[in-house]
Ligand binder design. Structure first.
Ligand code: FAD
Ligand code: NAD
Length: 480
């Protein structure tokens, strides 16, 4: 064991939450170290966490490749574009994705260097007195002491006891981002964000995709009308989503390339079975708190293994903070970004702050789904009086010109004050549009504010303008 090294801030984990905390702390003049245990596909250390290695960025790379391929077969004809024998080279597509991942994980290493963040590659364990012992990949150990320690350990896939990951036939997100060829039949357990995004990728490339979802409602967290519209579009695309399907068995049979997974599930009609070639299990993620805390640190875990923190991401132990997926709140990269920055600023004596009520959600399917704020159901449950205004993309010139008329925008405002309480969207480009809602809500704006803001024509954003006007039944481009 080498001598103890002292820092103002020691960050455990270099995912979105951790690298933001480390870089912002260093920018503020604090002597900062960041530790990360992850290795990339090439077996070398790779910073950036789940998001850059096996999450946000690689999934969007594959969503984009597969969307181009799908559009060739389903959209180009309308534009008068014809071609013969379009084929997808899966190896080329995966290679492109890997290159993007390498560019971004390497980018974090460069940013750490530029900001003088000391980087340690290995597994860190927090001990009493803000000491972090790091077991490095070469087997050596270093001891770091932080006046402050920021835990940003992230999350891991949840494994089902009867469907253990084998990295080949039964996989989690990492495996489904790396199939060598398009599976003929892909089974997915969980119609959540990963199931829909990665299910869409392989469906667009020709797989028969069956998604088994335990709950009776589709996308229960989203606005009910948004979920209904999205479900209709996914059905048209051929995604077979079975709701209320409780899987009890997943048996791998056969050998080599002819391995199959025999799935047994029960639904309202009793016991059912299907056979697939690959199975993606996407039933949620759990905080990566295993082996993270030595005895006696005083840091507490909640009943889901997440690190307990207050509204400022403080654990209650002097100088120990926690951010990102390993604490309460949505498991989203941008939520982690903001918490990482806020904690670094709080440590430096500045007023760091994160508003969990205005964290946007986006599902990058086709059509995209996005929202910020409350749904109608939540407001009903809370007894808050509200009014709504909706507008369909089918009446938006730009969307129709693009050949993307599916979906709509819904603005929810307080019945009396007109303050915007939620924005819900399904359609083309809504991953960008949702930020109009975030901005309006952050500035306590009203539906009338949104309606009186000049929106460029022809743009997709006009759907928000007309939806805001529809709140007071004065939309121009539809009957109110
Ligand atoms: P992570 O990104 O999980 O990073 C934690 C890091 O800490 C890891 O590198 C880990 O190796 C390291 N670590 C853990 N414990 C230790 C330890 N003891 N010592 C040293 N290092 C340690 N979110 C979005 O907002 N948009 C998306 O489009 C999106 N797409 C996704 C797609 C997929 C397939 C998946 C799986 C997730 C996606 N997410 C998306 C979620 C997003 O990836 C996470 O919310 C985000 O990565 C969490 O950031 P984090 O820093 O808290 O943790
Ligand atoms: P999820 O929570 O989004 O969805 C999991 C789904 O699996 C739920 O619908 C749940 O009811 C279902 N389920 C749970 N147990 C089941 C079982 N035994 N059988 C059948 N269905 C079951 O989780 P996920 O899709 O694994 O994604 C994890 C997290 O990663 C997301 O919640 C999100 O925070 C993050 N993520 C975000 C994005 C994005 O922002 N676009 C993309 C991917 C992942």
């Amino acid at each position: 064991m080498s001598e103890q090294q002292n820092f103002d801030v020691v960050v455990i984990g270099a995912g979105p939450a951790g690298y933001h905390a480390a870089i912002r702390a260093a920018q503020l003049g604090l002597k900062t170290a960041c530790i990360d245990a992850a290795l990339g596909k090439d077996g070398k250390p790779a910073l950036g966490g789940t998001c850059l290695r096996v999450g946000c960025i690689p999934s969007k790379a594959l969503l984009d490749s597969s969307r181009q391929f799908w559009n060739m077969g389903h959209l180009f004809g309308d534009h008068g574009i014809s071609f013969k024998d379009a084929r997808m080279d899966v190896g080329q597509m995966i290679g492109r994705k890997d290159k993007i991942v390498k560019q971004f994980t390497g980018g974090i290493a460069m940013l750490f260097k530029a900001n003088k963040v000391a980087t340690f590659y290995g597994f860190g364990t927090l001990h009493k007195g803000n000491v972090v012992k790091v077991k490095q990949h070469d087997g050596s150990e270093v001891e770091l002491k932080g006046t402050n320690v920021v835990i940003a350990a992230g999350s891991d896939s949840i494994e089902l006891p009867f469907a253990k990951f084998d990295g080949e036939t039964i996989v989690d997100n990492a495996g489904a981002l790396d199939f060598e060829s398009v599976p003929k039949r892909l089974g997915v357990i969980g119609a959540g964000v990963i199931g829909l995004e990665l299910g869409s990728v392989w469906k667009r490339l020709g797989a028969e995709v069956t998604i088994l979802e335990a709950l009776p409602d589709f996308l229960a967290a989203a606005d009910a009308e948004v979920a209904k519209t999205a479900a209709k579009e996914f059905k048209k695309q051929g995604l077979d989503i079975k709701l209320g399907a409780k899987v009890s068995k997943a048996e791998v049979k056969g050998k080599g390339k002819s391995k199959e997974v025999h799935l047994t599930y029960t639904d309202k009609d009793g016991e059912q079975s299907i056979v697939v070639d690959r199975l993606l299990v996407a039933v949620g993620r759990k905080a990566a708190s295993k082996n993270l805390l030595a005895d006696g640190t005083g840091v507490k875990l909640d009943d889901r293994g997440r690190i307990e923190v207050d509204e400022h991401c403080h654990t209650g132990v002097d100088g120990v903070w926690a951010v990102g997926d390993c604490v309460r709140g949505p498991m989203l990269a941008h939520k982690g970004f903001e918490e990482g920055i806020a904690v670094a600023e709080l440590i430096a004596g500045l007023p760091g702050h994160v508003n969990l009520d205005t964290v946007p959600w986006v599902i990058y399917t086709e059509p995209e789904i996005a929202w910020v704020g409350k749904t109608e159901q939540q407001l009903k449950d809370e007894g808050v009086p509200y009014k709504t205004g909706s507008f369909p993309f089918a009446a938006v010139g730009r969307a129709v010109a693009m050949g993307e008329p599916a979906g709509f925008v819904k603005v929810i405002a307080h019945e009396e004050t007109d303050r915007v309480l939620g924005l819900h969207l399904v359609g083309v480009g809504v991953s960008e549009l949702v930020h109009e809602g975030v901005l309006t809500m952050e500035f306590n704006g009203s539906a009338d504010d949104l309606a009186r803001i000049c929106h460029a024509h022809p743009t997709l954003s006009e759907a928000i303008h007309d939806a805001a006007m529809a709140v007071d039944k004065r939309a121009i481009h539809k009957a109110n």
